[in-house]
Design a protein around this ligand. Structure first.
Ligand code: ADP
Ligand code: ZN
Ligand code: ZN
Length: 760
């Protein structure tokens, strides 16, 4: 072996779409200007093709002889995208959730960078008006309308406009711009990403709001200082602010108790110490309302990261955070991976929310990762909720988290009064009881707003034939197709299959087809007749499909344009609608006897969150909950004694059954178009796993999934449960590599979900 080879470093790469391991490569042909470092992307030969990968480490030697190693084709980055600390965090998450390092790493960076493309230059090329162009009499361009438009637009934007923006406003105007340039009226320039569309774009309060914004916004002229905190809020702020280094806090505050105010004070404090702050919110929680509230209060540059951003916007926001320029990052689930060199505080709002868990691919919990990241960054972590998850309450009870309570609503608002409406034997008008309708009459009469909650969209959950009993079943799922009258279709909510609405029964040709049960469309129908002339908005996934529609409806609701709001769980979260005095929950029973052991917890959270929309300002609120099980012990307890007491009882049940958080689970799911194949595969998994597992690990199944057939695939699952996390992790670490090495079962797809939220 030559000396040249002993000094040759071996570079370990996580390769996209490759098996779960890391692969060793030789550095690219020497003499390049950039030294390969961990955190840089590379292009490598793999199999018969080339793949993008990321360097995870540079080692002195490989277990493989150098002549077996291939050479990296190219380095794609000049500087690492992720620091060593970032890499450590993401690779830890990959190990914990049993995901391949490459999949985890490439989920942690902007989507565009999964392709072999260079990182965006945040300064994009553009045009600006020159001094001569700024003072030219526009009449001089009368005979050149395209030039006149282009110059006019650039004159209104003294900082210039980037090419893309010009194209978007004017179409292809490059000839006009070249002509203007030849007359010295416009000039080429670079436009920094955070310059927005001109000087006004950076101030959130200015006349032109920033374009829905990924970019950091600079200090606003009039920062709002917020209300004076009450004692409980102040106490929470003081205790958390004293924490130096890692510590996890549960901010357990009833809806409207001013949790967000507490976050804002903590953020101000951390920013004043030169730290960056990461705030995670659930998907539906990141409304323009919330963004504006933060922008109004926080003077420092902020980056907002959510799934509706375009790739470019997202990447620029990511860069702002990674460079340290954005001091505050406000984002949904995936923002947990945003590199932040000065991270000093993490906040997870609505920590119980399901959308904080990724449900496919890299199935991580952003909440749990926030705690881990806080540990690695040696920073405090705040989990906030009015309805904390049982896991988090348990951690607080065990002393791992410190619980801080906000027991009263902030300001003038009083707690809502929650009442059960026993609908057994009652006449219901499209699911609405007489009691509920009467209350609605009164509140509408009094000039107040009413919110009705029904977690089922569409017109009716099933269409049936009155003559032969046919029901609208999905061909690909063990489920019924929902009738959507607005689009005149049957739609499967599980696989997305649509069919035109049949006019006759497919079985017996009878024209007497009847919708059974109700969804929001049908209730809307009834309400529009019953409350003719009362402005009503339906808010669900169908009515808000158009971009910006949800924001528009919510803003109008807040202005009081609507008197009745009818919606699904899109209405349950965080929105502050001060004029609502009555909340009607049409159907809560689904949660009482659900098969999933978390059904009751979810029901309670939803109920309390929806109820929390009532009476948030000076007008008191009432909540009516329709049920056929008014004596259900969990429901009674929840309403009489509150969520905390409910949670205690629910935890006691979990303890008795040794269910999480008193044990730890991982779920292996498999599916196949062939009837027995998934089940067969999981039987084989069980045979492999048993001998590897300590005796305390329990196996449940394999068994068919609750909805066995979905989208044409037959599904099965195997649940692994262990008293200790470490036992489960130990088993998975040895089991998963063996499963991946098993001869690939034909047509069977499988996945592993660590700490699953849903057991179907
Ligand atoms: P949460 O996040 O717990 O739902 P918010 O922080 O949104 O509560 O507060 C609810 C409302 O009460 C907001 O309008 C907020 O401005 C107001 N508020 C919060 N704290 C106070 C306070 N100490 N005094 C007066 N009003 C407050
Ligand atoms: Zn029929
Ligand atoms: Zn289907």
């Amino acid at each position: 072996m030559s000396t040249a080879q002993t000094t040759t470093a071996c570079i370990r790469v996580a390769v996209t779409s490759a098996p779960a391991d890391l692969f060793d490569y030789l550095p690219p042909v020497p003499g390049g200007p950039v030294v390969p470092c961990a955190g840089m992307r590379v292009l490598v030969p793999f199999g018969r093709g080339r793949r993008v990968g990321m360097i995870t480490s540079v080692a002195a030697t490989s277990a493989l002889p150098p002549d077996r190693l291939k050479r990296i084709d190219a380095l794609l980055d000049r500087t690492p995208l992720l620091t060593d600390g970032d890499l450590r965090f993401v690779l830890w998450a990959a190990r914990y959730y049993q995901c391949s390092p490459a999949e985890a790493l490439f989920s942690a960076i902007p989507a565009r960078l999964r392709r072999p493309e260079p990182v965006l230059d945040p300064a994009a090329p553009g045009w600006r008006a020159t001094a001569a162009g700024a003072t030219l009499a526009m009449a001089d361009l009368q005979r050149a309308p395209r030039q006149r438009d282009a110059l006019g637009l650039l004159r209104s934007q003294p900082a210039g406009l980037e090419d893309g923006m010009l194209r978007q406003r004017l179409g292809d105007c490059s000839a006009a711009l070249r002509a203007l340039a030849s007359k010295g009226l416009v000039a080429r320039c670079r436009i920094a990403a955070d310059a927005g569309n001109g000087p006004s774009a950076s101030a959130p309060n200015a006349e032109h709001p920033p374009p829905k914004s990924a970019q950091a916004s600079d200090q606003a002229p009039n920062q709002d200082t917020g209300p004076e905190l009450n004692t409980e809020q102040q106490q929470a702020v003081d205790i958390i602010a004293q924490q130096s280094g890692f510590g996890c806090f549960l901010l357990d505050g009833v809806t409207g108790s001013g949790k967000t105010e507490v976050y804002l004070r903590l953020i101000e404090g951390a920013l004043a110490q030169g730290r960056q702050v990461l705030v995670l919110v659930p998907e539906i929680g990141l409304t323009p309302q919330l963004r504006e509230r933060f922008a109004r209060r926080i003077a420092a540059p902020m980056a907002v990261l959510h799934s509706a951003l375009g790739e470019r916007e997202r990447e620029l926001a990511w860069q702002q955070a990674a460079s340290g320029r954005a001091r505050l990052v406000l984002g949904t689930r995936s923002a947990i991976f945003t590199p932040m060199p000065a991270l000093g505080l993490l906040i997870v709002d609505e920590e119980h929310d399901a959308s904080l868990k990724q449900q496919d691919g890299f199935r991580y919990s952003a909440r749990d990762l926030a705690v881990r990241r806080g540990q690695l960054a040696d920073s405090p972590v705040v989990l906030g909720s009015a309805t904390p998850s049982l896991e988090t309450l348990f951690n607080a009870r065990e002393g791992r988290y410190r619980r801080l309570a906000l027991t009263r609503r902030a300001g003038q608002a009083a707690d809502p009064d929650i009442q059960l409406v026993d609908i057994r034997g009652q006449y219901l008008e499209t699911g609405l009881s007489h009691a509920l309708l009467t209350h609605m009459d009164q509140q509408i009469e009094a000039g107040n707003q009413v919110l009705l909650f029904l977690n089922r969209r569409g017109f009716s959950p099933v269409l049936t034939c009155h003559d032969c009993g046919w029901v609208s079943e999905c061909n690909h799922c063990d489920a019924r197709m929902t009738l959507h009258r607005g689009r005149d279709q049957l739609l499967c909510h599980h696989c997305g299959l649509t069919q035109p609405r049949p006019l006759r029964c497919p079985c017996c040709e009878s024209p007497d087809l009847r919708p059974l049960g109700q969804g929001t469309e049908r209730v809307e129908d009834t309400l529009r007749k019953r409350f003719a002339g009362v402005p009503l908005a339906r808010i669900d996934r169908d009515s808000t499909r158009r971009k910006g529609e949800l924001e528009r409806l919510l803003a109008a609701a807040q202005r009081g344009d609507y008197r009745i709001l009818l919606g699904t769980q899109m209405l349950a979260k965080g929105h502050h609608l001060p004029a609502i005095t009555l909340v009607g929950i049409m159907d809560i029973d689904f949660g009482l006897y659900g098969t999933d052991f978390r059904a009751a917890e979810r029901m309670a959270q939803l109920l309390i969150q929806v109820a929390g929309r009532a009476g948030r300002a000076d007008r008191p609120g009432t909540v009516l909950v329709q049920t056929r099980h008014p004596q259900h012990p969990m429901l009674e307890r929840l309403l009489r004694q509150g969520y905390g007491s409910f949670a205690e009882a629910a935890l006691a049940e979990r303890a008795a059954a040794a269910l999480p958080p008193f044990s730890h689970q991982a779920l292996l799911r498999a599916d196949s178009p062939k009837a027995q194949a998934a089940l067969e595969f999981l039987r084989q998994v069980l045979v492999t796993a048993r001998p590897l597992a300590p005796p305390s690990v329990e196996f449940w199944g394999p068994a068919p999934a609750q909805m066995e057939r979905r989208a044409g695939r037959v599904r099965a699952q195997l649940l692994l449960q262990a008293p200790r996390r470490s036992q489960l992790q130990g088993l998975l670490a040895t089991l998963l590599p063996r499963l991946r090495a098993l001869p690939a079962p034909r047509h069977v797809r499988w996945s592993i979900d660590v700490d699953p939220r849903d057991l179907y």
